[in-house]
Ligand binder design. Sequence first.
Ligand code: SER
Length: 304
Amino acid sequence: MERILITGALGQLGHEFIKYFNNKDIFVLATDIKDPPKNLPCLFEFADVLNKERIDLLVKKYKINTVYHLVAVLSANGEKNPYNSWKVNMESFQNIIEISVNNKIKKVFWPSSIAVFGTESNLDFVSQNPAMNPETIYGVSKLAGEKLANYYFNRFELDIRSLRYPGIISIDTLPGGGTTDYIIEMLNSAKNKSDYTCFLNKETRLPMMYIDDAIEAAIKLMSVDRKKLTISSSYNVTGFSITPFELANEIKSRGIDITVDYKPDFRQEIANSWPKDIDDSISNKDWGWSCNFSLKKTLDKVFN
Ligand code: SER
């Protein structure tokens, strides 16, 4: 039986993984440093992943064999406090890796991000392994994490699997402190019929993915025979690419009359260093990835 520990379980991805695992024959322990909602459908323990002893104890106590390590300070928040961002993103991952090796954890899922790329990565269509010089502390920590994953797989055969997520679109659970968050903010404004001021300029093209695809991709990657995986850092994946202006027009074409203003702030520079589109053909070849949710299907879900 799979016995899963989810760290950062009350964040955007965590909530959705908990929903996905619910009612399956899987034991789930959720951990976070916030109080859980009353209706959380799995066991919860308050735990800070920077406290290695506490996590080690929980892994032993609940006989955990699989970890979804989702703790992260995202790109925009990270720039406000790079020291803390590195600490949370990297020390927590190092702790999870060490605990996993020592407790013979079978598999670890750890999300990487499009933030690992930079302006030298041929941003119009980013391949799996271009030049990578990330320009945010978030991207730097994610790229370092990818190298760490690769190292621990080669040296200790620790089975860490990872995806470079684009912006993830979920309506029920919000992200927080990311650069791709604008898309969720604009969609929620449209749902509430209120106007929206976008913090990116109207031409900023970024790759996005509907939450169901994000979960499905992780589950698929985690269930495939490791021998099929040719990459032990992190796989490119994407759904579709869009600009704020195109999104505003799509919303209007659905009969929702919102006014969108554009007031780019510091997040514009971050977005300028990220891919416009992603080549995820190696994911397709290695483990059969293809996205289900086009822009249209995503908006159908959002506005159903
Ligand atoms: N969604 C993340 C962010 O904007 C990117 O991985 O920071």
